[in-house]
Each structure stands twice: as C-alpha cells, then as structure tokens.
Design a protein around this ligand. Structure first.
Ligand SMILES: Cc1cc2nc3c(=O)[nH]c(=O)nc-3n(C[C@H](O)[C@H](O)[C@H](O)COP(=O)(O)OP(=O)(O)OC[C@H]3O[C@@H](n4cnc5c(N)ncnc54)[C@H](O)[C@@H]3O)c2cc1C
Length: 471
C-alpha cells in the first residue's frame, strides 16, 4: 500500500492529529537511549481512546500489519523501536488517566500512558507510596514499566513491576479488550493472565491500564555510604543488616571506586561521598515507617564495624545529602560514556554468587583486553549487577567495541555457570533474542512460543522481539 493510502487508513481509524508519517516527526519515537538500533517505521500512531486502539489493532491483524507498542521509549534492549522498518509504532502516551485510587486499601488504577513519575506524584498526593523507582521515571510510562517488568532500586523490599501489579487491561492481537483491572489480593480463578502480559515486552498485546499496589509512605529515610573491602564483605554486610532491619532495608547498592573516581573527574558530583578511600562501597537505605524508631541503620552499622565487616561509613545528614548519594549511584552508567566506549551487561546471580561473579568476570575481561576498566555496580541486594566495562584509557573506541563479543560471551558463560540470568531487569527486546534461545530451558522456550502463536497467530505484535525473527 502506498504510504499516502496507509496514512488515509490510519487517520480514518484514529484521527488525523494522531498519525505521524514524516521522517522528521517520527525521529523521537525511533531513536532509543543507547542509539543501538536505527530503523524507520511506516508511521507512528497515538490513539486517544481504547476503542480507537482496538480498531487499529483489529485492522492490523486483518491486513497482517506488524505493530510495535511504545510507552516512554526508555527501554534499553530495543523492544520499543522497529526491527525492519515495516512496522507501525503504537504510542500509548495519550492513555494517561487516573481511574481510581484507594490509599487506605492500597491500590490505584491508571492508564498505561501515565509516566512513572506522575504515578509517584498521584500516590503521594493521596498520602501513599508507589515504590517502583528507576532513573528514567520522568519518561518511562506504566505500560512500558509493566511490559518490561522493570526493577530498580527498591525491589529488595517491595518487589519488581510484576509484584506491584494487581491487574491489567489489554488489547489482544485480534483487537479484543481483555478487562483485568481488579484490586483483589486474592483471586484464584484459573490462570493468572496478568502475569503473562507483565514482562511480555509487547509481544502478546497492548496494555492500556493497570491496577497497582500502593504502600504507606515512609516517615523518613536513613541512608549510608559504606566503605567495604570488596563484594565478599558486601555480601556478609547485607546478611548482617537485613537480619536486623528486615524489609525496612529498601536499598542495597554496590559501587566500585572506579565509578566514584569517574563521577568526580567529570564533575557529576562535587565532592567525594566516601568517609574514607576504599575499593568498593555500598549505598544502603532504610525506609522508616510511621512511628518507627530512628537510628536503626546506624546501629546495625555499628555492630558491623565491631565485626570488621565495614571499614567506615558516611551517613546522610539531610535530604540534600541523601539526594547527592543517589545522584552518584544513578549517574554511574551515564558517566561511563564520558570515559569513551563501554560494554554493558544486565545480569543476575544468586546473591551468594555475586562475589564470584565479580571476581571471575573481572579476571576474564582483563585476560581478553589488558587495561580494560571494570565498573560492576548495581542492585546487589537483588543479586543484580550492571556489569559494565570502560575501554582502556586512550584506546580507540571503535576497536574496543569490535572486541565486545568475546567479553559478552565470557560474562554470560560465568553468569549461567553460577545459575544466573542473562537479563535481570532490562528484558530481551531485539538485543538478546539469540541469547534467549541459547540459555532458556528448551521446553520452556517451546511453551513460550506456543503461547505467542496461540494469542498472536499472525505475529503482528512486536515481531522479532523476545524471539528471533527467523525462529
Ligand atoms: C537512565 C535509565 C535508567 C534505567 N534504569 C532502570 C532500572 O533501574 N531498572 C529497570 O528495570 N529498567 C531501567 N531502565 C530501562 C527502562 O527505563 C525500563 O525498562 C522502563 O520500564 C521502560 O519503560 P518505557 O515506558 O520507556 O517503555 P518502552 O521503552 O516504551 O517499552 C519497553 C517495552 O515494553 C513494550 N511496551 C511499551 N508499552 C507497552 C504497552 N502499553 N503494552 C505492551 N507493551 C508495551 C515495548 O514494546 C518494549 O518492548 C532504565 C533506562 C534508562 C534510560
């Protein structure tokens, strides 16, 4: 179909102002945060109602037109951008209403196009907390957050997106709307289809709305930047603090000195947050419930000092201090780009295996590329590290990236050997389809494919994502 005819069809379905087909206007929907994937699309369509979205999907199914669901376009594995250029990108950004909220009962129902930041604000205005916290929350939207089963820094205590979701409304690949917004904590009525769509990366349908769990707002936070000798000590420390603080320990993040040095060198932070120089640090945070006793994090650290688990700790004395510590943590990935090229992995292993992962991963990478600068950091309390490597100082970035494959292979082999996952929280998208086929249990992989073809027999919903296009 010539593009002008296509645009006529689309505008008849969703209205003129909701269809974009010119190259310049499509650009923001086509480039993703890491600039890895470069494809065009036939059009970008942004329906303003669920009914219009249903009509669009029904038409696409009838004519076998591939669709790419998109929310905030902050995904890091290319799930939300086209693979071949033959697709239509469906932006759900206009479906951003707040339908219901009950802070006392602990839930709210919102449109999939609401940004995560706005969802935080809506909960906060009602005196509640929606705890899922990621650095991209100003742009990321509920539909994308659920579809990628996002994690972030408070999974330790509150769980990831899947655990924070009670129900979803979904437009299926045939255009039917599956109603699933419910606030029930107990609902054993057959298969839990919600869990199928959360984490499906837009391959099974388009989420239009969701019911999310809310929690009581903490009265305050206690935040510490702790010097530790290495990941072994961090692991021991985690057990020590967790044992004393339970689920009020809401974050436990690992960072190497190299990362702090980069933040200082490039002026991302003004002063060294550490109480003393150390090869590794932990950023730990306690969320204090209303009426909870103050100073419990410091108490648990004092007993840790006594056992030699920690070398030293800087305690945030104000909200400004706390924000500064979090800025350091959240800038760790970005600042690497100022040090030249970097090779990145989002992986998880059983918690006890984190020290082995770090030691073996660093040794393997250094064998492959002498001078490589390891920067493993992240959600240690969840066993999830962003195992990144910066190029050797002065190296040619292109030559460094040309050698990425053996480093990926080495890290993924170590991760799978330790019983871990090659994608902890970012998903598969188009980046890791080949890996998934290799590492997933073959029976589970076949079952996933059967589910996909049962719900989407014409493969119109985000084809080539999760599963290889030729698979
Ligand atoms: C600076 C930065 C920090 C980040 N930090 C974290 C982090 O700590 N933890 C983490 O888990 N992730 C993180 N991410 C990754 C990303 O922000 C998350 O995956 C986020 O949840 C994606 O939301 P989005 O709205 O941008 O989705 P998009 O990027 O638009 O889409 C993501 C996936 O979901 C699908 N999709 C989108 N909307 C729908 C829908 N309505 N129905 C069905 N499928 C849909 C897309 O097709 C795609 O496969 C980070 C990204 C950046 C850029």
């Amino acid at each position: 179909m010539p593009n002008s005819d296509l645009v006529n069809v689309l505008t008849a379905l969703v209205g003129t102002q909701n269809v974009v087909a010119s190259h310049d206007h499509m650009a923001p929907f086509l480039s993703e945060p890491r600039h890895r994937f470069h494809q065009t699309a036939k059009a970008i369509v942004s329906p303003r109602s669920v009914e219009d979205l249903q009509a669009l999907v029904q038409w696409a199914n009838a004519v076998r037109q591939p669709l790419v669901p998109q929310s905030g376009n902050t995904g890091l594995v290319g799930g939300q951008v086209p693979l071949t250029g033959n697709e239509i990108v469906v932006s759900i950004r206009h479906l951003d209403g707040v339908m219901a909220l009950d802070a006392g009962a602990g839930h709210m129902s919102v449109g999939a196009g609401l940004t995560l930041q706005k969802a935080h604000e809506v909960a906060e205005e009602a005196g509640a907390l929606f705890p899922l916290t990621i650095a991209s929350q100003g742009s990321a939207m509920i539909g994308g957050v659920l579809s990628s089963n996002a994690g972030g820094v408070q999974v330790l205590s509150y769980g990831n997106a899947r655990e924070l979701c009670l129900g979803v409304d979904v437009v299926l690949p045939n255009g039917n709307l599956m109603h699933g917004l419910n606030s029930l904590r107990k609902n054993n009525t057959g298969y839990d289809l919600k869990d199928l769509f959360v984490g499906a990366e837009g391959t099974l349908g388009i989420i239009t709305a969701a019911t999310l769990k809310l929690f009581p707002r903490p009265e305050g936070y206690e935040t510490a930047f702790i010097s530790v000798a290495g990941p072994d000590a961090a692991y021991e420390l985690f057990g020590h603090i967790r044992d004393r603080l339970g689920t009020s320990l809401t974050a436990f993040e690992l960072m190497p000195r190299f990362g702090i040095d980069m933040l200082l060198k490039h002026g991302v932070i003004g002063r060294d947050p550490a109480a003393s120089p150390s090869p590794w640090y932990v950023l730990a945070e306690l969320s204090r419930p209303r009426g909870g006793r103050e100073g419990r994090l410091v108490e648990s650290l004092e007993t840790g000092l006594g056992t030699g688990l920690i070398a030293d700790a800087a305690i945030a004395q104000s909200e400004g201090d706390r924000q500064g510590l979090w800025r350091a943590r959240e800038s760790m990935s970005d600042v690497q780009s100022r040090e030249g090229a970097s090779i990145k992995h989002d992986v998880s292993v059983p918690l006890a295996a984190v020290p082995a992962l770090v030691a073996e991963g660093i040794a393997a990478a250094k064998r492959l590329v002498p001078g490589i600068r390891p920067c493993p950091f992240g959600h240690m309390g969840d066993g999830n590290l962003h195992f990144n490597f910066s190029q050797p100082e002065g190296a040619d970035p292109k030559a460094f990236m040309a050698g990425a494959e053996p480093i990926h292979a080495a890290i993924y082999e170590i991760v799978t050997g330790l019983g871990g996952s090659v994608s902890a929280e970012h998903g598969i998208g188009q980046l890791k389809t080949h890996l998934l086929r290799r590492v997933k249990d073959p029976v589970a992989y076949a079952a996933m494919k059967q589910i996909k073809s049962a719900l989407d027999p014409h493969n119109i919903m985000n084809p080539g994502k999760i599963f290889d296009a030729d698979d």
